[in-house]
Design a protein around this ligand. Structure first.
Ligand code: NAD
Length: 365
């Protein structure tokens, strides 16, 4: 049954083009680890509760063994639900004691953006591997410090770019390499959701480091890089506020245009004032649309030759198995801190371009 589906998918992936594009990797993450990766989640909000914890449960090679929370009621609930040992339950104050805990391999930071750097550095100091959610930080400076600290501490630093581990995104990455449709000429992408809670940390610059650009625009930036296979060299941008009284402290809507060395251009939009989610890639000889492009799935794709059929997987489970593979088998992390830093460099350039109205050069090493 599995083989039949695999063979079928091999034949039709980009309809009409026969390429061996579905690998074992796409159907089940091919991780072989001697034991499970023992994960502690730090910050038990919506993403940790509804996506990451179930992802860890569904993964083949990870187990949730610990938590870090400021809320005792959550600690009790999670302890019961995931059968956690008391010694693996921390709060933000006693967190550093994790250094002497031999039963935790990696801490996954799922806190508001402005807290990522501090907790990544504390985790590295404790000698544990660390994964942080996107955006990895609220500035380029912080991102560089985080990378440096982890390098010095000899621990791995990963960023939760879950899409890199799922088949639709991997297919987009393959297409740019194998050029089934020729070179990429133009990318058009947007990600927006209507954020109406003025009290939420996402609406406060000191916690979020910005508005929709930091939160969801980052997906468009990251996609523009993997869809073209290039790093941008400059950007122009425009910031718009249709509801200044609602989005007082943060940017609401930003539009930007990234230029790449090949001449390709990626036009992006992120906003908290509307709902939108799409990635369109225009090649020399065809086009690909993904909509939704960035949600937890199922993602939905089409090309000018027909539907893009790819296996639908649990993003967080695949991502966790990817991290387990890298950490336990001592391989490079697919989405390391350096990947997060590149997006932070672009985010700062977009903000500067929107503020000055000038084209801003981008230098990604
Ligand atoms: P959330 O508000 O639901 O959870 C944040 C958690 O941090 C809560 O448990 C809260 O109690 C805790 N916290 C500790 N100190 C806090 C403070 N001073 N203010 C506010 N909360 C505090 O947020 P979330 O949606 O779970 O997002 C957490 C992180 O995960 C963010 O960086 C976000 O960008 C990222 N995220 C990633 C994805 C993805 O698909 N990769 C999806 C959603 C969120």
């Amino acid at each position: 049954m599995k083989n039949t589906r695999r063979n079928f998918l091999k034949k039709i992936s980009v309809a009409g083009i026969l390429t061996p594009l579905i690998t074992e990797k796409a159907l089940a993450y091919p991780v072989i680890t001697e034991r499970k990766l023992r994960v502690a989640l730090c910050g038990l909000g919506s993403y940790a509760t509804n996506q990451l914890a179930p992802g860890i449960e569904k993964s083949k090679n990870c187990e949730l063994v610990g938590i870090v929370t400021g809320t005792p009621e959550k600690a009790a609930k999670w302890k019961e639900k995931y059968k956690l040992q008391d010694k693996n339950i921390y709060n933000y104050e006693n967190f550093d004691q994790i250094a002497t805990n031999p039963d935790i391999d990696v801490v996954y930071i799922v806190l508001p953006n402005s807290m990522h750097a501090d907790f990544v550095i504390r985790t590295a100091k404790a000698g544990k591997h660390v994964i942080t959610e996107k955006p990895m930080s609220i500035s380029v400076k912080e991102a560089k410090e985080m990378i440096e600290f982890c390098q010095k501490a000899g621990v791995k630093l990963g960023v939760g770019y879950r899409l890199h581990y799922e088949p639709f995104t991997q297919e987009i990455m393959r297409l740019v390499k194998d050029k089934d449709f020729g070179k990429v000429k133009f990318v058009e992408t947007k990600f927006a959701w209507r954020n109406r809670n003025p009290n939420a940390w996402r609406m406060q610059n000191k916690y979020s480091g910005g508005g929709a650009l930091m939160d969801v625009g980052i997906y468009c930036i990251n996609a523009s890089r993997y869809a073209t296979g290039e790093e941008p060299i400059s950007v122009t941008a425009q910031a718009v506020k249709t509801e200044p009284e609602m989005y007082r402290d943060i940017e609401e809507t930003i539009l930007w245009q990234l230029k790449f060395p090949s001449g390709a251009v990626a036009s992006g939009m992120s906003s908290y004032a509307t709902n939108a989610q799409k990635l369109s890639i225009h090649y020399e000889n065809g086009g690909l649309d993904l909509a939704p492009a960035y949600d937890y799935g199922p993602l939905k794709g089409s090309t000018n030759k027909g539907p893009l059929e790819m296996p639908v997987v649990h993003h967080q489970a695949y991502q966790m198995d990817g991290f387990a593979d890298a950490i336990l088998n001592n391989k490079p992390i697919l989405t390391p801190g350096e990947e997060g830093l590149k997006d932070m460099i672009i985010i700062e350039a977009i903000k500067k371009a929107a503020k000055t109205g000038k084209e801003v050069k981008i230098n990604i090493l």
